[in-house]
Design a protein. Structure first.
Length: 96
C-alpha cells in the first residue's frame, strides 16, 4: 500500500536499519481483530522484502476473544509486542 501511513518510524543510524511501527488497542472483540491480524502478517512480509523491519504494538482485552489469530501473527511476524513489553524495554532491545 503506497499511501499507508505508519504510526511511528525509527531509524538506527548505527545499523542503518529502519523500523516501521503500527500501534492499536482493542477494548472489545469482533471480526476486526481477526482481519487486522491477517493484514499485519501480509504487511510484515511486504515490508521485510524491502529490508525494513515491522513492529506491531497491540494490546487490549479485545484480544481475549481472538487469541488464535493473535497467536498466528505472533508466530509469523518477528515483532508483535504489547504495552507491558514496551514498559520493560523491548523496543530498545529490538532497535539496537
Amino acid at each position: 500500500k503506497n499511501s499507508r501511513r505508519f504510526d511511528f518510524a525509527l531509524f538506527n543510524k548505527k545499523s542503518k536499519k529502519l523500523y516501521l511501527i503500527e500501534v492499536n488497542y482493542y477494548s472489545g472483540g469482533g471480526s476486526k481483530l481477526k482481519a487486522t491480524a491477517g493484514e499485519y502478517q501480509y504487511l510484515n512480509d511486504f515490508i521485510k522484502s524491502q529490508n525494513i523491519e515491522f513492529i506491531w504494538v497491540t494490546d487490549g482485552k479485545g484480544w481475549l476473544t481472538a487469541l488464535h489469530p493473535l497467536e498466528e501473527t505472533f508466530n509469523h511476524n518477528d515483532y508483535v509486542v504489547n504495552l507491558e513489553m514496551l514498559k520493560n524495554g523491548v523496543l530498545e532491545e529490538i532497535c539496537k
